[in-house]
Design a protein around this ligand. Sequence first.
Ligand SMILES: Cc1ncc(COP(=O)(O)O)c(C=O)c1O
Length: 397
Amino acid sequence: MAELAARLAGRLRLDDETPSAVVYDLGAVQRRARELRDALPAFHHCLALKAAPYAALLRRFAGWGYGFEAASMPEGLVAHRACPGATILYDSPAKTRLEIERAQALGWVLSANSLDELARISVPCSLRVNTLVGAGTIAATSVADARSRFGEPHDALPADLACAGWHAHVGSQGCSIDQLVLSARRLVDLARSRPATRWINLGGGLPAQARYADYAAALARAVPELFEGRWTVYTEMGRSLLADAARAYSRVEYARRGVATIHLGADFLLRRVYRPQDWSYPLRALGPDYAPRQGPALAQTIAGPLCFAGDLLGSVDAPTLVEGDIVEIGGVGAYTMSMWSRHCSRAMPPVYGIDDAGEILTLSEGETERDIARLWRAAAAPAVFDASSPPTGALID
Ligand SMILES: Cc1ncc(COP(=O)(O)O)c(C=O)c1O
């Protein structure tokens, strides 16, 4: 299979109207989803919607037997509408009473974040517990140390508390398989001591590069009870399923003094720009034909389009970039578009998927200037330019 950029040559045009786009390798998404299912076939896997809630992707996951983890009501409703009947694990840490009522009416599997919240729920549900396995390497996405506000400490629960399920999530990306497995061990110990338990939710958190087979083998060694069929076991992976399956492409608009300015920055890669010590994304310099730039290399800074000094994505070693070249950003399939920032009010780019046969699917049309005007309530004014037709994206048929 040709690599993604080569498959886009002559198919995806980056121009003034659409200077950047995100592209998922749909075959890679399917292979990763299958890898998790094959590694842990008896578990019920759910995709963490916050990673990338495109309806067309969700429908594919539902077709492969996946359910979804929703951290907010709107997020859950996207999955509910896109995939009627799919399992939705609903664990927002700030559910209102109305949201709880609606989630119950919709048949979602609720997870209470605290004993206070548990008291508001009138259907069998799970309680999130803090399994106290400690922080991972990224503080902001670690939620299983003693300071975490997520869940009740597993070792301080009322002795007579009986829940239908127990839920834990350790953190994202910076957590090791050992931490995830210890967390599972503690959940199972809890379940074993509470006979009312019907399900266990192990959460997500596996790093993008981890092998699901390694996770499964470690679970089988340390927590064999999970495989006895005594309880339904859920997982809710996001990043590890999707991050490496997409790349972003942006035209270089200006290149001067060793800095190439492109059309994606902190609006798209929020984490990278504000916490560069924690997050990095591979950058590659391509020509306008998507072929890697060859020749004597020079380190050049890649800057985003936003108006602040820190909007920097990293650097590439490549021949001097010029207007019209393309910068490829790898690893952008999770927590990028779903974390889009409104700083400078730039429009979200279109998002496509390309399958192994080369078929292109639109996952999101992105936004137009009119969408942005509507957001800030300038929509009543006449359009400045003719924006009456919907965006067509940059696809060449
Ligand atoms: C409760 C819960 N489950 C699952 C996830 C998904 O984590 P990841 O994308 O790292 O797999 C998150 C991420 O924040 C989460 O908070």
